[in-house]
Write a protein that binds this ligand. Structure first.
Ligand code: DO4
Ligand code: MG
Length: 285
């Protein structure tokens, strides 16, 4: 069962329930026009199963523009959760290699603020590469959807677009490497009802196309993430309140070669089994 946000023909944002790969039902007649009450409700998966049995207006997914599945949640991200990410960052870093090595093993994970919800890029909208960066990459990541109590209620696909040269120059530049215009995309769906064990069997695939030609492809497994989802969520909610819930990216395990940088016009596709495909074009910001 999947939830999404979409624009109806009057350009109003609605909540959709996706129970097959080709269509959605508008949840407005069932009394839901926002995601948050659903994500906060106990027994969400059985509730969605009941709603799916109701006779509600159905429309083809291909006919409706999807919006990022986020309302008022802050977006945070975990880093250096895959061995591949640790190695790449140690290599790119001028003098902070030890910090990545240490945080990979440490009890406390690396967690950083990524985006305000209103800045998140929707499926099919442009993601950004900074005008003052020479080396920018997509970071395909499983995103945990957490309610206000810190409970994991769903999963979506995230892109933690990053400037590797800015991060590599000095670790204190991390916020500039990570947080800038159009640097975070989410979507297309929130998958409800999957367990962590099920999600750990999913693959994450990245394909980058330039003028119709594939210039990079890579794959990782969610199961390679070193820390449990519970552990990441627990650290995020320590001494911190998220009254609207939060979205937490879980780190990247796919790193293009050092010779690769995103160009304006590139098309980036991130697909995660059990969720769907997030596609964005690249623009210079
Ligand atoms: O330490 C910097 C960021 C790491 C990150 O974003 C990742 O591993 O995905
Ligand atoms: Mg990342």
């Amino acid at each position: 069962m999947k939830l999404c946000r979409f624009r109806n023909k009057h350009q109003e944002i609605r909540i959709g329930l996706v129970s097959d790969d080709s269509s959605l039902v508008d949840l407005t007649p069932a009394g839901f026009t926002r995601l948050q009450p659903l994500l906060e409700s106990a027994g969400l998966a059985p509730q969605l199963n009941r709603i799916a049995q109701m006779k509600l207006p159905r429309m083809a997914l291909s006919d409706v523009p999807l919006c990022a599945p986020i309302e008022q949640q802050e977006v945070w991200a975990a880093g250096v959760t895959y061995l591949r990410s640790k190695t790449a960052r140690m290599e790119e870093s001028n003098f902070s290699a030890r910090a990545y090595d240490q945080v990979y093993e440490a009890a406390r994970p690396e967690l950083f603020f990524k985006s305000l919800p209103e800045k998140v890029v929707s499926p099919e909208e442009p993601i950004g590469v900074r005008g003052d960066s020479r080396w920018s990459v997509p970071e395909p990541e499983l995103a945990l959807v957490l309610n206000s109590g810190g409970t994991l209620v769903g999963f979506t696909v995230g892109n933690d677009v990053s400037s590797r040269d800015i991060e590599g120059e000095n670790l204190l530049y991390l916020p500039q490497a990570k947080i800038y215009r159009r640097s975070c995309a989410l979507g297309p769906f929130i998958t409800i009802g999957a367990t962590e064990t099920e999600a750990r069997a999913w693959a994450i695939r990245l394909v980058i196309r330039r003028q119709g030609t594939m210039v990079f492809t890579g794959q990782a497994s969610v199961g390679q993430i070193k820390r449990s989802f519970q552990e990441l969520a627990e650290f995020l909610f320590r001494s911190q309140d998220f009254p609207h819930g939060a979205v937490l990216l879980t780190g990247t395990g796919i790193v293009p070669p050092d010779s690769f940088t995103l160009h304006a016009g590139d098309v980036v596709e991130i697909e995660i089994d059990g969720i769907g495909l997030l596609r964005n074009t690249v623009t210079k910001v």
